[in-house]
Ligand binder design. Structure first.
Ligand SMILES: Nc1ncnc2c1ncn2[C@@H]1O[C@H](COP(=O)(O)OP(=O)(O)OP(=O)(O)O)[C@@H](O)[C@H]1O
Ligand SMILES: [Mg+2]
Length: 321
């Protein structure tokens, strides 16, 4: 696959969408460089699928503009559709057809000739580890196999941008890891990935940039590390073998000393520069800690701090509304 020049894969400003008086998207801006993985992270009902539907031209927005791979989603929907793939939360797999038949059907829809369609189907069955199951109706597939087939069908047309809408919801840890690897392989081929997920770990694992969507607005954007640094609570923990070192360190650095555990907790953002500075100050005073660890909050803490609720704790959120 040819690498295209880096550019913008998705640009959106002020996307709005309402159903009746229910405001689902309340002005969403996006800017996604080509060749990267972007993750839209949010709890049930945040509006993730709605964003995917607008960007993939399935529904229109009520306001705002968006372009995908240089094409306006409202006025050049054909061109957008030709360049993208979507594996929805709701699978396109036909359960009555076999895996191979599903792929063949898709290949023919993409106007591949018989020979090319066969070759492409075989290639994808191999790549997604579905060769053995290829002759069975897809209805007999496990959840993980079905997702793989669904994704394989999306790739028949060699899209340059692919929307993965909650690709691993309901999968077991192994199938989830398989999907992650598949996603990484796609990116290595130069494909841009737009991933929605409710799983913070998934965004952390895969995404170059993450946007946190909550109640139809993006409440934060950045790399996983940047988001984590925005939350108070990062600190460096130093452990000493003797009380005098601990006391000297506490004098130099401040922080919270635990005289029993012989530890000192120094607030900091966990970045390399601040760590270097901290070590430099200890060095100047010839203080040598026994052990040093950096404790950064995880994305769950970020989510809580940004939205006031836990990502998975949807029921609690609804109860609080
Ligand atoms: N066709 C529709 N008519 C009315 N309301 C809708 C419609 N489609 C979506 N909604 C509402 O819009 C809100 C956002 O839905 P959306 O599917 O975008 O959320 P989501 O973030 O994808 O959630 P999930 O994690 O459950 O998939 C929800 O409250 C949903 O009920
Ligand atoms: Mg959804």
């Amino acid at each position: 696959m040819t690498q295209h020049t880096p550019g913008t894969a998705v640009a959106a400003t002020g996307l709005r969408k309402s159903y009746g008086d229910h405001v689902v998207l309340d002005g969403v801006d996006l800017d996604i460089p080509a060749g990267t993985v972007f993750s839209l992270l949010g709890p049930n009902g945040a509006g993730k699928t709605t964003v995917v539907k607008i960007l993939s031209t399935l529904i229109g927005a009520d306001g705002g503009r968006a372009s995908v791979l240089g094409h306006d989603v409202a006025t050049e929907s054909e061109a957008v559709r030709a360049a993208i793939g979507v594996t929805g939360q709701y699978s396109a797999v036909d359960g009555l057809l076999t895996g191979r038949e599903n792929l063949m059907l898709m290949a023919r829809l993409h106007r591949l000739g018989r020979t090319d369609a066969k070759r492409r189907a075989a290639e994808l069955l191999e790549r997604f580890d579905l060769v053995e199951a290829a002759g069975r109706p897809a209805a007999t597939y496990s959840g993980g196999m079905r997702r793989r087939l669904d994704l394989a069908m999306t790739l028949v047309g060699r899209p340059r941008l692919i929307f993965l809408d909650e690709p691993t919801t309901g999968l077991d840890p192994r199938s989830r890891r398989d999907m992650w690897q598949i996603t990484r392989d796609l990116v290595a081929d130069g494909v841009t990935v737009f991933l929605t997920t409710q799983y913070l770990e998934e965004a952390d694992q895969l995404a170059d940039r993450i946007a946190v969507l909550d109640h139809g607005s993006i409440v934060a954007q950045g790399t996983a590390a940047e988001l984590k640094r925005r939350v108070p609570g990062s600190h460096v923990r130093l452990r000493f073998t003797e009380a005098p070192s601990l006391e000297s360190a506490a004098r130099v650095l401040g922080g919270e000393a635990d005289t029993e555990a012989l530890t000192l907790k120094v607030p900091g953002n966990g970045g390399v520069a601040s760590l270097r500075e901290l070590l430099g100050r200890l060095d100047t005073e010839s203080i040598l800690p026994e052990e040093l660890s950096v404790q950064t909050p995880d994305l769950d803490d970020v989510f809580l701090a940004l939205t006031g609720h836990r990502s998975a704790d949807d029921n609690a959120r609804k109860a609080n509304r």
